[in-house]
Each structure stands twice: as C-alpha cells, then as structure tokens.
Design a protein around this ligand. Structure first.
Ligand code: PEP
Ligand code: MG
Length: 316
C-alpha cells in the first residue's frame, strides 16, 4: 500500500503517474490573493472581477482597475492568471447603468456577455486596463467571458480582445447550448473554462439560489458530467485547454472524475487545494478515467458519486 504520508503537501497538481493537472485558485477579492499563494496555487483559474463594479454609482476608472489587476498579476510571476470580465446584469445590476428593462426571469436575462454586448465601452475599458496591467508583469494573462451561449457571443468577445491587444481569449462553458456546441466555440477561442455552478443550474433548470433544489444543483448529476465530457472532448480535438472553475473542482473525488473526463486544469477556492492535490496524487489517469466512466454510467447523482468513490477506493 502506498504511504499517505508521502503525498505532496505542495507542488504542482498531477496524477500518481505524472499526468499534470494544474491546480489554480478562484479569487474574488484582493484578500484572496495571499491565501491562493500560501496554498501553493499554480496560478489563478478564475478572477471574478465583479467586486470592482457592483455597489458603485459611477463606473470604476481605467486607472483604478489597472492598479487592482496589476496587484493580482504581480502575485503570480510567470504563472497564468485567468480573468473573467464583468459578470453582471440580471440579479447583479450595476448602479451606473440604466436597468435593461423588466426581466421576470433574471437568471435567463441579460447577464454576463449579453450585458457587455449592449455596453461595449464597458468591456473595452476593462480589457484596456487589463492589457496595461499585464504589460508590466511576467504573469500570463488570459481573459474569458461569462455566459457565452453561441458562436456569435464568442466572436464578439474574441474581437473585443483582439482590439485591446489581448491574445488567446477564452469562454466560460456554463450554458448547456455552449457545451452541446463546444466544437463550434473551439473554432473561435483558445480555451474553455467550465462553470459548473451555472451549468448545473441551467442543465437541470434549478435556480442555484433556491436551497430546496440542491438535489438538482448537484454537480454529480450525470447530465452535468455528460456536458463536461462534451466540452472537454471538443477542446481536446481542437488542441485547446478546458479547465473547470466551478465549485465541483474543489471536491477531491469529483476532481479525479473531471480529470478522467479530460479536463486539463482545476480551479477552486484556496482551502480546497491541498485535498484535491492529495486525491489526484493517489490515482493514475487511467483510474480517473475508469471512475469517470463509472460515474457517467450511473442513473443519478447519488449513484454517480458512489460509483466513482468505489472505483477510486478499490484502486487506492
Ligand atoms: C460558475 O458558474 O460555475 C462560475 C464559476 O461562475 P460564478 O459562480 O461566478 O457564476
Ligand atoms: Mg457562472
């Protein structure tokens, strides 16, 4: 039996047989940066930039944004930092923009990239500040758009990035249509990052803010695993990266399953990093694939988790 005491407490994420799975941090405020560095994050997989924009009566200026972005990028020299552009709208309205009009179903409304398409100057200001901040650091800046649904959304975002001099744009996969047609999106952008929180909400038509529907928000739902597999396969065929940045990545068993499904990096809140690192180090890529296949063959979220767990336990 392998000795658990030799499992790596830090260092890069990898399966037991050395298949690298970069372990990245999700950050949402500047205070998260130190925790991410302390936990040995190999970079940032999701920088939620909403905190700069929400609760403001005027749009944050380019200089203010640039200073914040520079602080984050400087903390990760030579590492990748994936910044998500503003994901507002719907239930996160902006005080400095007129409301879009009545939306009876805010989660299905004009949020994320949909809102940015109506306010391109807001996106251009953010991308410009990011490009300037990145110019004085050695971090590898990657920028992605939230709530992308189709090729039209992806093209809009890729063009805006091009105009700001930002290379290798990416899209979040958090709308089922985007996962189903990931092959088309892979032709437009350089990477995917799967947001399992929203992808579960939209796949199961279960509001993520309604606790009573937690059963349907479960990222072990086989339907969600199928959508993840579609996106990961499309990325792999196109030779592009496909990470996961939703809460699912921080579950050590699910992290192994996601790796088995072909996901190429995992981004999570800093406290989850050590357990996920240890879980991956206990299993080979083949074992992760076997666990993923077992989970996808199950008929419910509970059965999927049990099936994966039993495969991985028998192989530890
Ligand atoms: C997600 O939807 O999984 C995600 C990472 O984005 P957020 O939780 O910020 O919507
Ligand atoms: Mg989301």
């Amino acid at each position: 039996a392998r000795n658990r005491a030799v499992l790596p407490a830090s260092g890069p994420g990898a399966t037991r047989d050395g298949h690298a799975v970069p372990l990245l941090a999700n950050i949402g405020v500047l205070a998260d940066v130190d925790a991410a560095v302390a936990a040995g994050a190999e970079g940032v997989g999701l920088f939620r930039t909403e905190f700069l924009f929400l609760d403001r009566s005027i749009e944050p200026g380019g200089d203010e944004q640039e200073a914040v972005y520079r602080r984050v990028l400087q903390a990760f020299p030579e590492r990748q930092v994936v910044v998500r552009v503003l994901d507002a709208g719907a239930d996160k309205p902006l005080g400095f923009l007129p409301p879009p009009g009545e939306e009876p179903n805010p989660a299905l409304g004009e949020r994320g990239v949909r809102m940015l398409r109506r306010h391109p100057a807001l996106l251009a200001g953010q991308l410009g500040a990011l490009a300037r901040a990145a110019a004085d650091t050695t971090a590898i800046l990657r920028v992605m758009a939230p709530m992308v649904t189709d090729v039209d959304d992806a093209r809009f975002f890729a063009e805006a990035c091009g105009e700001a001099g930002i290379e290798s744009p990416g899209v979040m996969i958090e709308v089922p249509a985007a996962a189903l047609r990931a092959r088309d999106l892979a032709g437009e952008v350089e990477f995917f990052s799967i947001g399992t929180n929203d992808l579960a909400q939209y796949a199961c038509a279960a509001d993520r803010q309604v606790g009573r529907l937690a059963r349907l928000q479960d990222p072990w739902q086989p339907a969600l695993l199928d959508l993840v597999a579609l996106a990961a396969d499309a990325a792999q065929e196109a030779g592009k990266h496909c990470g996961v940045c939703g809460e699912a990545a921080g579950d050590p068993v699910l992290a192994c399953v996601l790796t088995g499904l072909g996901v190429t990096s995992l981004s999570m809140s800093a406290p989850s990093l050590p357990l996920v690192r240890a879980a991956l180090a206990r299993h080979s890529l083949e074992e992760c694939r076997t666990a993923a296949a077992a989970a996808r063959s199950a008929a419910s979220a509970t059965a999927a988790r049990a099936a994966a767990q039993s495969v991985l336990t028998s192989m530890t």
